[in-house]
Design a protein around this ligand. Structure first.
Ligand SMILES: Nc1ncnc2c1ncn2[C@@H]1O[C@H](COP(=O)(O)OP(=O)(O)OP(=O)(O)O)[C@@H](O)[C@H]1O
Ligand SMILES: [Mg+2]
Length: 400
């Protein structure tokens, strides 16, 4: 069919033509926005899930919902080894602009506080030329959010920001993607600041997204984090939602799927959003005409799989060293032995992986830790390990 009209959108953070199966999260977030703006206590929201399930896309949609309500919003993506101050300052700068508060003096004060927060990077008295300027052209407000203790500074910063938003009856939403990559001090400070916020009734919320072990990262940092955040597991789509993700965009282009074709698509994709988009794209290009049939899906499958092998799996596999690849392969073998085909999403005991490689577990911890840091595997429970990438075991076994 006409590739120019192909509606599907495989790719990290690519907005899907139809955001299927997330109505519950969107509706719940509307309630959160309403409550926070009214000064009611609300927990911050944290989305967790495997690679490619649609966390970034949903985070962006939630941000869109906040913007539509006139909130000030800002977003950042955490990176390993990078401090929170600079990216957060840029995000908050954006949020203040979006708020559109009319009183210049109040706005300049908060911008000045953001600037002083940013300048206190790494607690060092950096030389002036080294100071990073977040493009804020008001003077820094000395003595506010610049103590060097990130926890104290965040609380002050959020308090001033919340005050500004409360003036105009709105709120501020701070969206943090890849939240598991925040440094330990930053996580702990962020938890403390959220704790403070939840008690003061200030209209500021943090919405995070990250890998499945993010709740463990947060609770290792502050024991009260379980009461602070509402965790929402973002998962593969149920059959009905997966069908809608394919059919609605097709219908907009006057095309359709036969019901056998939808069943074949679900078989192949397992309902994982990234796979749905990749298969949708391939089958659209290769099918001779609408309606798309199960035979068309079979013809398109190799094309879809080879796209995924490069764009989804390969880019991640490339990041692993030979030793780490052996570890990943052993994980795939253990997962297969443990639960058969389709067991790749289950965690496996790391002791079994070591046994499979004929090594002592301690000797493998460098590889394991490095894979954890690279976000290729995660450990939700002590002594167990799982792939962050769905169907990764199958990919590894097939490439051999
Ligand atoms: N609800 C949905 N319905 C249909 N397609 C979706 C949905 N959510 C995400 N997608 C599609 O899935 C793909 C992956 O989405 P996204 O990048 O948000 O995943 P992610 O969970 O952030 O992955 P990663 O952990 O790699 O960052 C994109 O191509 C997107 O268009
Ligand atoms: Mg993402």
């Amino acid at each position: 069919m006409d590739p120019i009209r192909n509606p599907y959108a495989p790719g990290a953070g690519q907005r899907p033509p139809e955001l299927a199966g997330r109505d519950e999260q969107l509706a719940a977030f509307d309630v959160v926005l309403e409550r926070v703006a009214k000064g009611r206590p609300e927990r911050s929201l944290v989305l967790t899930g495997l690679r490619g399930v649609g966390k970034t896309v949903l985070l962006n949609a939630l941000r869109g919902a906040a913007v539509r309500r006139g909130w000030g919003t800002g977003k950042l993506e955490a990176r390993p080894g990078q401090g929170l101050r600079r990216p957060l300052s840029s995000a908050l700068h954006q949020a203040v602009r979006e708020l559109g508060h009319g009183d210049e003096e109040s706005v300049d004060h908060v911008l000045g506080v953001i600037k002083s927060f940013a300048h206190r990077d790494a607690g060092t008295a950096a030389k002036l030329k080294d100071q990073w300027s977040p493009g804020i052209d008001v003077p820094a407000v000395r003595g506010r959010a610049d103590s060097g203790d990130i926890e104290i500074d965040l609380v002050e910063l959020f308090a001033d920001l919340g005050g500004l938003a409360a003036d105009v009856g709105k709120g501020v939403g701070i969206f943090i993607d890849e939240m598991q990559d925040l440094g330990a001090d930053d996580v702990s400070a962020l938890c403390a600041a959220c704790h403070e916020l939840s008690q003061s009734g200030l209209p500021v919320i943090v919405v995070g997204a990250g890998l499945p072990h993010l709740p463990a990262v947060l609770s290792a940092s502050k024991s009260y984090s379980e009461r602070l955040f509402r965790y929402q597991r973002i998962d593969r789509l149920a059959r009905e939602a997966a069908d809608r993700a394919l059919e609605a965009p097709a219908a907009d282009e006057d095309a359709a799927f036969e019901s056998d074709a939808l069943a074949a698509m679900y078989d192949a994709t397992g309902g994982y959003p990234y796979f749905i988009q990749a298969y949708g794209k391939a089958v659209w290009d290769l099918a001779p005409r609408s309606p798309i049939t199960a035979a068309d899906v079979a013809v398109a499958a190799p094309e879809a799989e080879s796209e995924l092998a490069v764009g989804f799996f390969g880019s991640r596999y490339e990041r692993a060293t030979p030793g780490e690849r052996d570890y990943l392969m052993a994980m795939a073998d253990v997962a297969l032995a443990q639960s058969g085909l389709g067991g790749d999403e289950d965690s496996v005991p790391s002791a079994d992986v070591a046994a499979r490689l004929g090594k002592k577990p301690q000797s493998l911890s460098p590889a394991r830790d490095s894979l954890l840091k690279k976000g290729l595997v995660y450990s939700g429970e002590r002594g167990r390990i799982a792939f962050t990438v769905p169907h990764f075991g199958r990919y590894l076994r097939e490439r051999g």
